[in-house]
Every structure is written in structure tokens, then in C-alpha cells.
Design a protein around this ligand. Structure first.
Ligand code: HEM
Ligand code: HEM
Length: 319
């Protein structure tokens, strides 16, 4: 008999331990921040002198950061970022127009044959809270970027920044502890066969009013294109935007990281990564809003995210 060398991870108990450790990872810095009286010392060599800064008192440094909120612009980032956003918007408009014309050309009758419960209250509430916070961060972030850090946008951005960290910690805990994270991970077969099939459907099949190649099921709610897309946003882009945002917001407690990247003069790179990922988030959101309308009916996916119930339709060409 074959013995299993590695147990299938995550086993139930292990999941909770892993998730709790991850949560502690977020709680510890918060705790040490709240209780700390000492500041990180940041030393810098200038000529032959070694200068020590208390990074907690960073606002008082006479040496300013090498970027200014709302004023530092990099042309390449601006052009690529705006192009990505316009691209996502343009794609939605053109694709949507194509779909609208196809609906008139090839009428299809959709008969509702049942409903399935897909999303529990935690996932739905989590999604809408996340959507609210990120939309707020996008608006306040880009107001700062293009109009300068007036009192309100800076205040809103910082407050929502803390809120997003809290939400994201709880999201990670939930995904790992319940094992729901598996829903986001595509198998190699899905990536090789399923993803191109779903892309082809969006490129061709949808305009012929063919049936969707994959349907939502409770145990497999995301299609092979959604899986890698949502995985890279939730477990790739999100940690990047949160981490860089936190370093910009609290250089006092992130002194160790600032030292690691080689000093305050390299903060501009943190700023650049934050800005690039903010543009990435904007492009994702625009694409996401449009793709959410591509269900069997326009409102189908919105409904499932609100009520938790997915309506199942049977396709029939109208005679
Ligand atoms: C989806 C999430 C986020 C988006 C879209 C976003 C967007 C932006 C944008 C566009 C800027 C540029 C302002 C400029 O050009 O001057 C900015 C700056 C900033 N963001 Fe975010 N941000 C997000 C998350 C966060 C988080 C989670 C934090 C903090 C925990 C944060 C903290 C900051 C700070 C402090 C600045 C100003 C730069 C500075 O003070 O040095 N951001 N953000
Ligand atoms: C106003 C803004 C938003 C709206 C109207 C919206 C709408 C929706 C809808 C209708 C769905 C379900 C069907 C589908 O996958 O197409 C969905 C799923 C999802 N959305 Fe959003 N969304 C918004 C913002 C966001 C943001 C900002 C993020 C993340 C950064 C996000 C991440 C996700 C993820 C990961 C899923 C899949 C959930 C799962 O099955 O676990 N959404 N969204």
C-alpha cells in the first residue's frame, strides 16, 4: 500500500493554526505601535559624518522625502496608467456594444430552471465592504495625485487605508481557516484548457449567443479565467498596494524596511510601486465592473453577489 508522505494540506486543524499565525502577523505590529515609546533610529552617512534620525519624528526631518504628494509625476507611469484605464473602459464599451447588437440579431430565450445558493453572508459582506473601501481609496488617492493632498482627501485616504488593512487581515484569515482559498486556485489543466476556452468564449462565442462554457456551482463558483484573475488581484496586487501604502503612511514604525531598502532617499520607489499598483487597481475595477455584466443576463452576477442566490437558465433559440 502506498503511504502518503505529505498529508494533504491544509488539514482542518492546520488551517486554523496557519490562519491565526497570519492574523498575528497583522496584530503584532499594531500592538507594538500602540504600546511603543521608542522610535526606530535611522542613520545615514553624509560625507564623513554619520547622522542619526529618529524615524518616528520623520515629519520634523529637515531632509524632505524625494517625492511630493500630488506633485511628483513620472510621465511613463502616467501614460501607461491612463492607457490601461482607458483600455479597460474602451474594451467594456466596445464589447458591450457588440453584445447588444448580437442580442438584437440572435434572440435567445432564457428559461429559468432553478436557483442555487452560492455566496454566504461573510463573503458577500466582505466583498461589498472591500469594494466600498477600495473605491474610496481610488477616489481619494487620485484626487491627491491630480489635485494635491488637500485636508479631506488625505484624511479619507489614511482612514480607509487602516480600514483596508483590517479587512484584508480578516479576509486572509477567513480564506485560509475555512479552506475557501482553494476556490481561487486553478489546476494546471484548467489553466491550459479552461482559460483559453473562456477567453475564446468572450472573443467569439458570446457574440454568437452561445451558452457559457462554465456555470457557477457552490463548490466551484469561479470559471478558469476568473480564478487566475481574482487570485492575482486578491493575493498579489492587494498585499502590494497595502504594504507600500503602509510604509508611506507609517515610516516611523516601518523604519526597519526603510533601512533595508537603503534609506529615505529610496522612498520614492515605494511611492512609485504604490502609484503603479493604484493604476493597476483602477484598470482591474473598470474591467471587473464590465465583466460582471456578462452573465446569462446582465444582472445575474450582481444578484448573486447581493442575495447569494444564482439563477440557473436553460438556453433556447427563439423560433
Ligand atoms: C486600493 C488601494 C489603494 C489605492 C488605489 C491607493 C491610491 C493612491 C494614490 C493614487 C496615491 C497617490 C498620491 C500622489 O500621487 O501623490 C496614494 C498615496 C498614498 N497612499 Fe494610497 N492607495 C491605496 C491603498 C492605500 C493604503 C492601504 C494605505 C495605507 C495603509 C495608503 C496610503 C497612502 C499614503 C500615505 C499616500 C500618500 C503618499 C505619502 O503620504 O507619502 N494607500 N494612494
Ligand atoms: C463597485 C465595485 C464593485 C462591484 C459592483 C463588484 C461586483 C462584483 C460582482 C457582481 C461579482 C460576482 C460575479 C463575478 O465574479 O463577476 C464580484 C465578484 C468578485 N469581486 Fe467584485 N465588485 C466591485 C469591486 C470589487 C473590488 C474593488 C474587488 C477587489 C479588489 C473585487 C473583487 C471581487 C472578487 C475577488 C470576486 C469573486 C468573489 C468570489 O467568488 O470569491 N470586487 N464583484
Amino acid at each position: 500500500m502506498k503511504t502518503k508522505i505529505f498529508p494533504k494540506f491544509p488539514l482542518k486543524g492546520q488551517r486554523y493554526i496557519a490562519a491565526t499565525l497570519l492574523l498575528l502577523f497583522f496584530v503584532f505590529p499594531a500592538y507594538s505601535l500602540a504600546t511603543s515609546t521608542e522610535s526606530t533610529v535611522y542613520t545615514e552617512i553624509q560625507g564623513s559624518k554619520e547622522i542619526a534620525y529618529l524615524v518616528k519624528d520623520i515629519d520634523k526631518l529637515d531632509k524632505p522625502y524625494n517625492y511630493l504628494i500630488g506633485q511628483t509625476k513620472y510621465q511613463v507611469i502616467e501614460i501607461l496608467g491612463i492607457l490601461a484605464a482607458i483600455g479597460a473602459l474602451g474594451f467594456g464599451l466596445l464589447h458591450g456594444l457588440g453584445r447588444f447588437l448580437a442580442t438584437r440579431r440572435i434572440p435567445v430565450f432564457l428559461e429559468e430552471v432553478g436557483r442555487e445558493h452560492i455566496y454566504n453572508i461573510v463573503t458577500r459582506l466582505g466583498h461589498w465592504l472591500n469594494a466600498f473601501t477600495i473605491v474610496g481609496l481610488l477616489i481619494s488617492g487620485f484626487v491627491m495625485h491630480y489635485a494635491g493632498p488637500d485636508h479631506m482627501s488625505g484624511y479619507i485616504h489614511n482612514t480607509l487605508g487602516y480600514l483596508l488593512i483590517l479587512q484584508y487581515a480578516l479576509f486572509l484569515f477567513y480564506e485560509i481557516a475555512t479552506g475557501d482559498i482553494k476556490q481561487y486556485i486553478p489546476s494546471p489543466k484548467e489553466l491550459v484548457e479552461g482559460t483559453p476556452r473562456q477567453v475564446l468564449f468572450y472573443a467569439i462565442g458570446i457574440f454568437k449567443r452561445e451558452e457559457h462554457p462554465y456555470h457557477m456551482k457552490k463548490e466551484k463558483r469561479l470559471n478558469p479565467l476568473q480564478k487566475p484573475a481574482y487570485f492575482s488581484i486578491m493575493f498579489g496586487l492587494m498585499p502590494v498596494v497595502i504594504f507600500t501604502g503602509f510604509v508611506l503612511l507609517r515610516p516611523d514604525i516601518m523604519g526597519f524596511f526603510i533601512l533595508w531598502i537603503g534609506g529615505l532617499e529610496n522612498m520614492k520607489y515605494v511611492f512609485i510601486i504604490h502609484l503603479v499598483s493604484a493604476f493597476g487597481m483602477l484598470a482591474f475595477l473598470l474591467g471587473h465592473l464590465y465583466l460582471a455584466t456578462t452573465g446569462d443576463k446582465v444582472k445575474q452576477h450582481f444578484e448573486v453577489m447581493v442575495t447569494g442566490f444564482h439563477r440557473i437558465y436553460k438556453y433556447r433559440l427563439k423560433d
